[in-house]
Design a protein around this ligand. Structure first.
Ligand code: NAP
Length: 292
């Protein structure tokens, strides 16, 4: 049987529909949820991500301003811009598009963002609150994955969730979210990474597999049990003859997985649209919090 396609596009549309009333209420108080985006350098993928994010802000009547710096900018200039944005009451959220050039300490930049404006949820304060089970801003990609589970009535409690990847952006926070003692969570989570021997030993036992590696087509049908659910976060560019010159492919081998799994997110159109929808939602939340 064909697997169910877990469409991030469909889920993100329901998120935007649910946000409409909240945005209208804020606007009735002359508050337009606003995001400052900082992008450094010419990385083509980063530029596409930033364009896709800011497009959704304008589509939903929110404001975003993109501040672009050349790749040789100093850390000091970047930090002083962040300090300025922290104080600027026009902006409810600040996003620094990663990765940054090697001469800039990414941790120092993330640490400089006011946690109250950290709509990406990457600041150690927000990650700590998440780990303690009292999240304020949840990183957008893991938050979006949890929303996919909720939308499609996928129960996590009692399930074995295997996450491959342990970054602070995806793997680590989704491993926390899926194992919290909370409704819609409560899973038994295993986290795999480059130090894990024989990853397929774990993925073969998994009810739910979350792939967040950046390794093209890594997980094959042979590596999963019949009926497993696969959330493919990976985004890998493969050159092709399309007008863009490339296509996006995930960390899962969709063809062989389709013969085994019961449900899977596509790439593109799976987790990606949810990441952006959660950024919009987090910015709306940040704007609402300025009211209390
Ligand atoms: P990252 O910081 O590079 O982390 C990758 C993680 O995967 C690391 O923990 C690494 O292990 C592990 N890993 C990589 N190759 C492996 C292998 N062959 N075997 C075992 N573990 C392996 O990447 P990230 O920021 O988490 O992103 C992961 C992927 O998701 C990328 O393709 C990225 O583009 C994509 N992404 C998509 C979205 C979206 O909205 N769809 C959002 C964010 C990221 P170590 O820790 O041991 O190095």
């Amino acid at each position: 049987m064909e697997p169910k396609i877990l469409s991030g596009k469909e889920v993100s549309n329901s998120v935007y529909a649910a946000l409409k009333g909240r945005i209208t209420t804020l606007k009735s108080q002359s508050i337009i949820p606003s995001l400052a985006v900082i992008i450094v350098g010419e990385d083509a993928a980063s530029q596409v991500y930033v364009r896709n994010k800011t497009r959704q802000f304008s589509n939903h009547g929110l404001f975003s301003d993109t501040i672009t710096y050349p790749s040789d900018i100093t850390q000091e200039v970047l930090l002083s811009k962040i300090y300025e944005l922290n104080k600027n009451i026009q902006f409810h959220g600040i996003l620094v598009q990663l990765p940054l050039p090697n001469h800039i300490d990414e941790d120092a930049i993330i640490d400089a963002i006011d946690p109250k404006k950290d709509v990406d949820g990457f600041h150690p304060y927000n990650l700590g609150c998440l780990a303690a089970g009292k999240p304020i801003f949840i990183p957008c990609t893991p938050k979006g994955i949890m929303r996919i589970f909720h939308h499609y009535n996928i129960t996590i409690s009692g399930k074995h969730v295997v996450v491959v990847g342990r970054s602070n952006i995806v793997g680590r926070p989704i491993s926390i979210l899926t194992s919290l003692k909370q409704a819609n969570s409560n899973g038994t989570t295993t986290i795999c990474h480059s130090g894990t021997d024989n990853i397929s030993h774990y993925t073969k036992q998994a009810d739910i597999i979350i792939l967040a590696m950046g390794s093209l087509g890594y997980l094959k049908g042979d590596h999963v049990k019949e009926g497993a659910i696969v959330i493919d976060v990976g985004i890998n560019r493969v050159t092709d003859n399309s007008p863009k010159g490339y296509k996006l492919v995930g960390d899962g081998d969709q063809l062989s997985l389709s013969e085994k799994v019961s449900a899977i997110t596509p790439v593109p159109g799976g987790v990606g649209p949810m990441t952006i929808a959660m950024l919009v939602e987090n910015t709306v939340e940040a704007a609402e919090r300025t009211q209390v």
